[in-house]
Design a binder for this molecule. Structure first.
Ligand SMILES: [Zn+2]
Length: 113
């Protein structure tokens, strides 16, 4: 069995060897190590979960580069494990989202004081 040609891995890729064990070029994904966020249990909030999330959810946040996503540009991926939903954001969009998440969380926390 011939191996697939290696790709140039991103510096943060957990494989780092060009993904030559994959069967197809579209499977040669660079992925950073997962960072997991365990969400509050569904019974924490009335009305939770949303249609998007199951309530048994944890989210993985990674950097990834895939040939079929944003024409191979590296993106930030948020993966909802239980529903297998992926959200891909440019680095700039991920920073904007992070800023707005922190701002909204700050509003809630400051109102508690
Ligand atoms: Zn890689």
């Amino acid at each position: 069995m011939s191996k697939i040609a290696p790709v140039a891995c991103q510096p943060w890729c957990r494989d780092g060897q060009g993904h030559t064990g994959e069967a197809h070029v579209d499977d040669q994904w660079c992925m950073s190590p997962d960072v997991w966020i365990n969400l509050a249990p569904a019974n924490t909030f009335e009305g939770y979960p949303s249609e998007l999330l199951s309530g048994r959810e944890r989210l993985a946040v990674t950097a990834t580069r895939r040939t079929h996503v944003y024409r191979g540009r590296p993106v930030v991926q948020i993966w909802a494990e239980d529903r297998d939903i992926e959200l891909w954001l440019s680095a700039e969009d991920a920073r904007a989202l992070a800023d707005e998440l922190v701002a909204a969380a700050r509003l809630i926390e400051e109102a508690r004081r």
